[in-house]
Design a protein around this ligand. Structure first.
Ligand code: PLP
Length: 462
């Protein structure tokens, strides 16, 4: 008998509750896709087999978190869960003040309204949809200062999320530091493929900005995943704990926005955290108008408790190792069969490179949107477009933004799917790849004004 030599990792949990999945036929899926206007956001979840649309709010909570839900203190003011959340944020993220919000964009709204004056410029390491929109609605102009490598899906730079200090400096020189209230630094960079920022880069950005009176606001939504990449890729951090690395990352910033629906292992929740008392004071006033009183910010007490417990679980080494390990497992499988994906494999998702997958389609034929629709039709697996549809329109010219990257994101919810689901996913992508030359593009037949990728509708080109 042969011996198994390899020692595989496995999920550091066992399954206590199951949710059955519905199997569908190709005919069912064709009908569902037409009803959804070829937009995977508009599919009914019931018609989806493996849902890789997003890792946002799709986490499986632990028994410890569910137990915490029963300890919800639903007082209108001063819930004990708020104080627990505040103390836990202070312990792991290190900021002084906390304002809870219903999710990440609630925090983005507050910080944009407080810090941005019309005519200001807000640099960022690649845009995120809701982040940029809130900056624009507050009268600001987003300026991309990510390193060029981030726009090249084949470049193997280990920290493709890094800020290009030259680009940052030339912006500040051009418009003057007074017109740059803060830089928004995403760790990791979702839109670049879940690519991390190095500690060295965070340190340099903070030092440059401090010297010019510019604040650094982290988008800390995926900061734990970023901390894991620092641990395995950056010299000097191999033997530090994830919690230590996370805290050091935050120390090079003045505050953060957080969507708890990602790293923090909950289904809803977020917060704004800052060190500056005046900013906190204003956020605490404003949150009452848009979210709810400053001790609940649109959340139930039980939601805040689950998020506090999620903060603790998120930094556990075996959790984050398996989380990123699962994504890597799928990515390596796809790579081994020649599927074009964004490299290096990022933290939360595999990004199929639709330009190389469907080279016969023009960008205006929506290659990534098309590929996401085809994958659903083939297998019932739901993914999402991250390309020209997500990029939206230029608010001056009215034309589409034409992003370099035309990607389909396969995003893995935390602690939800098994390795067998991962295998099925890779097999489905392979099947679409084998028939790729037959795939035709789409045309857009309905376009909403804001964040169009959520609700746009398409029809196949004949
Ligand atoms: C999801 C996300 C947001 C927005 O958070 P919501 O909870 O969806 O409002 C902001 N930034 C990043 C990097 C995200 O992934």
């Amino acid at each position: 008998m042969e011996k198994l030599k390899k020692r595989s990792w496995a999920e550091p949990f066992k399954i206590k509750v199951v949710e059955p999945l519905k199997m569908t036929s190709r005919v069912d899926r064709q009908r569902a896709l037409e009803e959804a206007g070829y937009n995977t956001f508009l599919l009914r979840s019931e018609d989806v087999y493996i849902d890789l649309l997003t890792d946002s709010g799709t986490n499986a909570m632990s028994d410890y978190q569910w137990a915490g839900m029963m300890l919800g203190d639903e007082a209108y003011a001063g819930s004990k869960n708020f104080y627990h959340l505040e103390a836990t944020m202070q312990k792991y993220y290190g900021y002084k003040y906390l304002v809870p919000t219903h999710q990440g964009r609630g925090a983005e709204h507050l910080i944009s309204r407080i810090l941005i004056k019309p005519g200001d410029f807000i640099p960022g390491n690649m845009y995120f949809t809701t982040t940029r929109l809130h900056q624009e609605l507050a009268g600001g102009t987003f300026v991309d200062v990510i390193i060029d490598e981030a726009h090249d899906p084949t470049n193997l730079h280990p920290f493709k999320g890094n800020v290009d200090l030259q680009k940052l400096e030339s912006l500040v020189t051009r418009v003057g530091p007074k017109k740059v209230p803060y830089i928004s630094v995403a760790v990791t960079v979702n839109m670049a493929g879940g690519q991390p920022v190095s500690m060295e880069n965070l340190r340099q950005v903070y030092s440059f900005c401090s010297n010019h009176g510019i604040k650094v606001i982290l988008d800390a939504t995926r900061a734990v995943e970023n901390a894991f990449f620092i641990k395995i890729r950056e010299k000097g951090y191999e033997s530090k704990s994830i919690a230590e690395i996370l805290k050091e990352m935050c120390s090079y910033s003045d505050g953060c926005t957080m969507s708890g629906k990602k790293d923090l292992l909950v289904n809803i929740g977020g917060f704004l955290a800052v060190n500056d008392y005046d900013v906190f004071e204003e956020a605490r006033n404003m949150v009452v108008v848009y979210e709810g009183l400053h001790t609940y910010g649109g959340l139930a007490g039980r939601d805040m408790e689950a998020m506090a417990r999620g903060i603790e679980e998120a930094v556990q080494e075996d959790h984050i190792k398996a989380r990123i390990g699962q994504v890597e497992y799928v990515g390596e499988k796809l790579q081994s069969i020649g599927i074009p994906i964004v490299l290096p494999i990022g933290g939360h998702a595999i990004f199929l490179d639709a330009r190389r997958f469907l080279p016969h389609l023009k960008q205006i034929e929506f290659p990534a949107q098309t590929l996401a629709a085809e994958l659903y039709l083939e297998s019932g697996i739901r993914s999402m477009e991250r390309g020209i549809v997500s990029a939206g329109r230029n608010k001056e010219t009215g034309d589409h933004h034409y992003p370099k990257l035309e990607l389909v994101r396969l995003t893995f919810p935390r602690r939800v799917y098994t390795q067998a689901h991962c295998d099925v996913t890779a097999e489905a992508v392979e099947a679409v790849y084998e028939n790729r030359s037959r795939v035709k593009g789409l045309k857009m037949v309905y376009e909403p004004k804001y964040l169009r990728f959520f609700q746009a509708r398409f029809e196949p080109l004949s």
